[in-house]
Design a protein around this ligand. Structure first.
Ligand SMILES: Cc1cc2nc3c(=O)[nH]c(=O)nc-3n(C[C@H](O)[C@H](O)[C@H](O)COP(=O)(O)OP(=O)(O)OC[C@H]3O[C@@H](n4cnc5c(N)ncnc54)[C@H](O)[C@@H]3O)c2cc1C
Length: 296
């Protein structure tokens, strides 16, 4: 039994915002793969739900005139993985969300729910951090854009107001053109598993593929929120792809920028070991995808 006070099917984003303003007990439900679990467990029992599930404008991936990619917040994981624009420009995101749950969850769960639930373990989050995604929110006061770096405020918390609908994510052209990336989800098994640690690396190589022109490193479950390791990135910028010493320093620096905790899934010490090891592996894959040769 689901203890739900009321269920309202919004016809548009504006209609959803109005419904959220009208009822201070109301929260958004999109795919419902987090919300319904919380309702069933009693944590969100008795809430009013405003469904954005059938709002067409929230779904799909578009290439905008300026070259930016727009990903609708209501787009399901399986849509993202199979979308031709994602496959062409940011296959890493399609691969990352393909690690979520099982097929049923990937057909139902949305990227908007994955980012807005504020979970550090969200499988799309570390990749979205390395893409410097902008988050578009629409509420009673109008629209605003929040860079993902300022979106998370703590475990399960974000700057989004209860009455704001996340409409889409913008991936700017300069964050995907010429970049290649790889996401590693470490978990005890391959499917139906929340990440013990998630590691996302994106690289941009020089034209001759010998130098790391730019690099981005993001983690999930390495702290209370998804995060980037800017000092580690700085260390590796301009290094040769074959410079294993620099790669080692990059990974060791990352360890100084994180704050993992012990949980029943893994100890803090084990997570720190993963935090040092996984970026080396993800970097090697990203360089390979970019056409670089590490063991020349
Ligand atoms: C069996 C199972 C396995 C799972 N495995 C994984 C996994 O491996 N990796 C992983 O990352 N997650 C996993 N999840 C969690 C979940 O599937 C994802 O977080 C999913 O992305 C949530 O999306 P949703 O559309 O179902 O969100 P919902 O449950 O509808 O909403 C989640 C939260 O976000 C808010 N919200 C949703 N959409 C919007 C929006 N557009 N604007 C503003 N707020 C919004 C809701 O109010 C709610 O607080 C799993 C869940 C289950 C049940």
């Amino acid at each position: 039994m689901f203890d739900i006070r009321s269920f309202y099917e919004a016809k548009s984003v504006e209609d959803a915002v109005d419904a959220l303003v009208r009822d201070e007990n109301a929260e958004i439900i999109s795919g419902g793969t987090d919300v319904l679990i919380r309702v069933r467990e009693g944590r969100d029992a008795g809430r009013s739900l405003v469904s954005i599930h059938n709002i067409k404008e929230l779904k799909g991936v578009r290439l905008l005139e300026n070259g930016d990619l727009s990903i609708g917040a209501g787009t399901s994981f399986s849509h993202i993985t199979n979308d031709p624009l994602i496959q062409k420009y940011i296959p890493m995101l399609g691969e990352a969300v393909d690690t979520v749950g099982g097929p049923q969850i990937r057909n139902t769960g949305t990227i908007g729910g994955n980012i807005c639930n504020g979970a550090t373990s969200a499988d799309s989050a570390s990749t979205m951090c390395t893409l410097d995604a902008d988050i578009l929110l629409e509420g009673p006061e109008g629209r605003r854009i929040v860079p993902i770096a300022s979106f998370y405020t703590g475990p399960g918390r974000t700057v989004r107001e209860r009455t704001e609908v996340c409409t889409c994510f913008l991936i700017h052209r300069e964050s995907y053109e010429g970049w290649h990336g790889h996401y590693i989800k470490y978990g005890k098994r391959k499917a139906m598993e929340i990440a013990t640690l998630g590691c996302a690396v994106r690289v941009k190589l020089s034209e001759d593929k010998r130098t790391i022109e730019d690099v981005r490193l993001g983690y999930g479950v390495a702290g209370p929120t998804p995060l980037r390791c800017k000092k580690a990135e700085e260390l590796l910028r301009g290094c040769l792809v074959t410079d294993q010493e620099a790669v080692g320093e990059f990974a060791r620096m990352a360890v100084t920028e994180v704050n993992p905790r012990s949980s029943w899934r893994a100890s803090k010490e084990f997570r720190l070991q993963l935090i040092e090891e996984l970026p080396k592996r993800a970097l090697a894959e990203a360089v390979k995808k970019a056409g670089g040769i590490i063991n020349a």
